[in-house]
Design a protein around this ligand. Structure first.
Ligand SMILES: Cc1cc2nc3c(=O)[nH]c(=O)nc-3n(C[C@H](O)[C@H](O)[C@H](O)COP(=O)(O)OP(=O)(O)OC[C@H]3O[C@@H](n4cnc5c(N)ncnc54)[C@H](O)[C@@H]3O)c2cc1C
Length: 542
């Protein structure tokens, strides 16, 4: 199954792998088909098909010096590398490289939590530190901080942040890339660089101050292919004393507009400091959603429009809220109770809205309180894997798929924009043959913009999955023409997404590729990542 890197002979690869073995030890170089298969994308839509992205081999260093030495050998033999932290990027390409034949640099062995400061609220981690590892470290040392984690807790703090991943607590923490502070990077020529204050050897605030002096180059390493990150700082949340939640319901379709306006006001002022969670009161959203009430007039017309008056009447007759938003609060009990009271007074200005008090309790979390909160552990900085039960066989998903790809376009944070996106994206979905729910919910992971997330189900039927890949590509192009760009994308689709970010006749991509040529002349670092290629491995290679 393994594939050779383009233009590299089997002999040359074998010689280079021997050199890797001299660096990391023979046990940590993987080239048998059986071993390399572990780096396949378990959710690949092109499973066993000629276009499936697969590595040629993998190497697992245990130290920064070993990473540097690997990069030097890669330059000598002009071998493409593909670094992963824990390689659990399911839905976006797993641990498979953007370009088949690349050698996966598996950083799981570098898994030390180097520092956690519970007075300045940060951690410094190596690539292989999974959320479970950091959580255990915090618990074992009785540190008064919370980490923010994505739904699957088995991924890495670093890999997730480097792919712009997201979680569920406060706005300053759940946007993981925005919460990173300071990187250490092995550059494509093998040099070691530190960013931010880390560039100053004597600095004592590498994990406190993000920018240092001069251009901030950190962004080149997130969704980029300019180096292998070996250390990263991440800001943590001070462990709060108490938690509270409350839900606002509104009656009409267009009430989403003032609802979002108030949420923005409250969140941007810091009055609500947890993840605002929007809901649709009339029927199912995603896999696992509540059953559609019979007779609901939610079916769209071919142009995506709906009979809003009929829907409003339906909601009224059935006494169903049209939209809901649940707010979460962290802090001292008295303070957050006052914050919720104030929030209620702002929402009360929306005619017909109702406020429902949710769970409120002191922390640390108990199982009883978790149940009372009717939410997930992630809201309390605790990792788990329960998200996978959503896509497993259940009453709503009797025949589960074999995985999924996430389609995740960004939408401006207004009700008007959400209502427009719901209609437009549904219509594009119908046009290209990729089902897109009509009532997509805005997700508030990012403080200043919404993302809507559509799972593209993998069936392992080549004809069906092949059509889905093409539909996804078409969707990205047409959605791009309407101004919707993805925040992140599956490796197979990244060229298409970058194509849509075309301002100035693709000035962004040209700039990145010029930089790439300058700092990585042999094109060894993750060719094709985010649609950035090089002369050695041009886009047509893909
Ligand atoms: C059901 C389900 C739910 C999910 N929910 C969420 C969610 O809530 N939030 C979310 O963000 N994601 C979610 N995901 C996506 C994904 O599972 C997580 O983002 C996961 O944390 C990513 O895997 P990882 O941490 O192992 O990163 P990795 O796979 O290790 O890294 C991701 C990518 O970053 C780059 N990279 C990694 N490490 C380095 C390095 N050291 N140097 C340079 N480049 C590097 C590589 O290109 C790599 O492919 C979900 C997926 C599924 C299937």
């Amino acid at each position: 199954m393994a594939k050779l890197p383009p233009g590299i002979s089997a002999e040359s690869l074998a010689t280079a792998l021997k050199k890797f073995a001299d660096i990391v030890g023979p046990d940590w170089v993987f080239h048998s088909d059986e071993d390399v298969a572990l780096y396949r994308d378990a959710y690949s839509p092109l499973w066993n098909q000629p276009g499936e992205l697969v590595a040629s081999a993998a190497v697992a260093p245990a130290s920064v010096e070993q990473v540097q030495a690997i990069v030097c050998v890669a330059n000598e033999y002009k071998l493409p590398l593909y670094p992963i932290s824990t390689g659990k990027n399911l839905g976006y390409g797993g641990s498979a490289p953007n370009m088949s034949g690349s050698i996966v640099v598996d950083l799981k062995r570098m898994n030390r939590v180097l520092e956690v400061d519970d007075k300045r609220h940060y951690a410094l981690v190596e690539p292989g530190v999974a959320y479970y590892d950091l959580y255990r470290h915090i618990q074992d040392h009785k540190l008064r901080v919370w980490m923010d984690c994505p739904d699957p807790g088995w991924g890495s703090v670093m890999g997730n942040a480097l792919d712009h991943g997201v979680g569920s607590t406060g706005p300053a923490f759940r946007n993981h890339w925005a919460a990173h502070c300071g990187l250490e990077v092995v550059l494509p020529n093998g040099e070691l660089m530190r960013t931010g204050m880390g560039a100053m050897p004597g600095a004592k605030n590498w994990q406190d101050h993000q920018f240092g002096f001069g251009p901030s180059v950190d962004g080149l390493f997130a969704q980029g292919n300019f180096g292998i990150v070996t250390k990263m700082g991440i800001w943590l949340m001070p462990a709060p004393e108490a938690f509270a939640s409350g839900t606002i319901t509104v009656k009409k379709h267009d009430d989403l507009i003032p609802l979002i306006e108030v949420v923005n006001y409250l969140e941007n002022l810091g009055i609500t400091n947890g993840l605002p969670d929007f809901g649709f009161g009339l029927g199912p959203m995603f896999i696992g959603g509540p059953a559609q009430p019979s007779g609901a007039p939610t079916t769209p017309k071919p142009d995506g429009s709906v009979d809003i008056a009929a829907l409003d009447r339906y909601a009224d007759e059935k006494q169903l809220p049209f939209w809901t938003v649940t707010l979460h609060f962290y802090g001292p009990a008295k303070v957050i109770a006052a914050q919720w009271e104030y929030a209620k007074s702002r929402f009360a200005q929306i005619p017909g809205s109702k406020a429902i008090d949710g769970a409120a309790f002191n922390l640390p979390l108990t199982s009883e309180n978790l149940e009372k909160s009717r939410t997930t552990r992630q809201l309390f900085g605790e990792p788990d894997l329960s998200i996978f039960s959503l896509a497993a066989r259940n009453p709503f998903t009797p025949t589960p798929g074999s995985g999924l790809m996430w389609f995740a376009p960004l939408v401006p944070r207004t009700g008007e924009a959400v209502l427009e996106a719901q209609k437009t994206l549904w219509r594009i979905g119908e046009e290209v043959g990729m089902a897109c729910p009509r009532w997509l919910l805005p997700k508030s992971y990012f403080q200043r913009s919404f993302v809507v997330i559509v799972p593209v189900v993998i069936t392992r039927d080549p004809a069906v999955d092949g059509k889905h890949v093409q539909a996804y590509r078409d969707f990205v192009r047409i959605a791009g023409e309407h101004g919707y760009g993805e925040y992140r994308a599956h490796a197979l689709i990244q060229d298409n997404v970058m194509d849509a970010y075309s301002f100035g006749d693709h000035a962004l991509r040209r700039f990145c590729e010029r930089l790439k040529e300058g700092v990585d002349p042999n094109g060894i670092m993750a060719p094709g990542r985010s649609g950035i290629w090089s002369k050695r491995y041009p886009r047509s290679q893909a």
